[in-house]
Design a protein around this ligand. Structure first.
Ligand SMILES: Cc1cc2nc3c(=O)[nH]c(=O)nc-3n(C[C@H](O)[C@H](O)[C@H](O)COP(=O)(O)OP(=O)(O)OC[C@H]3O[C@@H](n4cnc5c(N)ncnc54)[C@H](O)[C@@H]3O)c2cc1C
Length: 431
């Protein structure tokens, strides 16, 4: 009997586990993936999708085309029966199904972190998937178009005000590329000027990165006119805007919430040991007390051997490599090779600041401006498991041609709740 490895989630971690297993041991193991979509989403491109630079399909790498030896079961895992070694999942038609496994890899990633701030889940949107990016792109265009025909100055100002809450790399990149996006839209309406505000609880942008990257990002955004509200948070959100903790009420119709992520809460029902919601593993990515189950990526609390006592941070860089090591160690547990502990020296960080600007510290070498932009884009093209030419062409076209500004209306506001782990959440009146 060929042993079956079931992988839940085809993101950075699950995809790379499947890649190692199918490429190196495709004849010896049956690799089955349970994932809601038929693609691996390269999330770092989402700000470019939201700003109309990259076609959404190009951030989505086809599983069938790039992992031809893996079998995809489209669906969302709902439970794991550890004793029977079975995964229960719901397929896209809503049918309850199950699949049995000899080895299981869990890589379901994370969801938006929602803070207990009044109104935030009702009026904000995150940027964690393609629907959110498409919604945001259309929403931004719509606000500018409506501002152009607004009957009052008050309405015009609110529609042209864009607030981003949280200045990790998602928030910082979103404000950077978003501001340039509205600039390109308002070119057709010279009397309009958009205002971007980046609200950050800490005293600096990008708190998890070093001072060089922080300063370079702050300088670039300030030069562009993005207002940085440091040491500030949101006290309350309403349909008309946000009340900041410094007492100012900012009238706005757009609030992008990027205050971080939390492990996908579905794992709470899996009955596995967790630390702060992440599945606890050893350095071989095996789940504590369950040698037949592995976990990797944002959802796994993997011991950081370079930082004893701490789990590895939730980044794509770790998730990708942990997935590959999980794949290898699953093969080792089946007697196909030797196991290896997970240890990764971070390669540095890359922050795309839109236009010709970026800031980065690859291999500890700090840089900003055009050189950093080239390094940032080259890294993403290298790290993407597919669609490289398509993305490179999107970037080239964006540099050569005016940005295409059209609303396609594909995603409704209700389809992209901030609390994506709770899609049934009742929403108040939309914007
Ligand atoms: C806008 C943005 C920019 C980013 N930029 C960077 C960057 O520059 N550098 C960096 O290192 N990191 C970056 N990150 C973080 C990085 O994308 C994540 O750390 C990484 O995606 C985590 O990988 P993962 O495999 O754990 O989860 P994910 O990549 O999120 O994949 C999880 C997969 O599991 C699936 N899934 C979820 N629930 C279920 C279920 N119940 N059943 C079946 N499947 C399920 C999902 O559909 C998805 O396919 C960025 C993130 C965002 C949102």
């Amino acid at each position: 009997m060929t042993p079956r490895v079931v992988i839940i989630g085809a993101g950075f971690a699950g995809y790379n586990a499947a890649r190692v297993l199918t490429r190196k041991h495709g004849r010896q193991v049956d690799v089955t993936i349970v994932n809601p979509t038929d693609f691996m989403l390269y999330q770092p491109l989402l700000p470019d999708v939201a700003a109309g630079i990259v076609d959404p399909r190009h951030a989505a790498v086809s599983l069938a085309a790039t992992l031809p030896r893996a079998r995809l079961l489209p669906g969302v895992a709902t439970a794991v029966e550890i004793d029977r070694r079975a995964v229960h999942y719901t397929d896209p038609d809503g049918r309850a199904r199950q699949v049995s496994y000899d080895r299981l890899v869990i890589g379901v990633g994370a969801v938006n972190k929602v803070l207990p701030i009044e109104g935030s889940a009702d009026y904000s949107h995150g940027l964690k998937g393609i629907p959110e990016a498409l919604y945001l792109r259309d929403h931004i265009i719509r606000q500018v178009e409506l501002a152009a025909v607004a009957e009052t100055e008050e309405e015009r100002r609110a529609r042209l005000t864009f607030v981003v809450v949280g200045a990790g790399y998602t928030g910082t990149e979103t404000a950077a590329v978003g501001q340039l996006f509205t600039r390109s839209i308002t070119r057709r309406h010279p009397h309009l000027k958009a205002r971007w505000i980046l609200v950050q609880y800490a005293g600096h942008l990008l708190p998890e990165l070093g001072p060089y990257l922080q300063r370079a990002a702050e300088r670039t955004l300030r030069e562009r006119g993005v207002e940085l509200r440091l040491n500030t948070s949101v006290a309350k959100e309403e349909a008309e805007g946000v009340l900041l903790t410094d007492g100012e009420f900012v009238a706005a119709r757009t609030v992008v919430w990027t205050t971080g992520v939390r492990p996908d809460p579905v794992v709470e029902s899996f009955g596995l040991p967790t630390t702060h919601g992440r599945i606890r593993t050893d350095e071989y990515l095996a789940v504590d007390g369950h040698p037949e189950i592995y976990a990797a990526g944002d959802v796994a609390a993997v011991p950081d051997l370079l930082n004893p006592g701490e789990p590895t941070p939730m980044t794509g860089q770790h998730a990708e490599r942990q997935g590959a090591v999980a794949g290898r160690n699953v093969a080792a547990s089946l007697g196909l090779r030797t196991a290896k502990p997970y240890k990764h020296h971070p390669l540095g960080f890359l922050v795309d600041l839109g236009g010709a600007k970026a800031t980065a510290d690859p291999l500890g070498i700090p840089m900003s401006g055009v050189l950093a932009k080239v390094v940032t884009r080259a890294y993403h093209l290298y790290a993407m498991p597919g669609n490289r030419v398509r993305v490179a062409v999107d970037w080239a076209l964006d540099a050569l041609l005016p940005r295409q500004v059209v609303r396609l209306g594909l995603v409704s506001e209700d389809a992209v709740p901030l609390d994506s782990a709770d899609p049934e959440l009742p929403r108040r009146a939309g914007r």
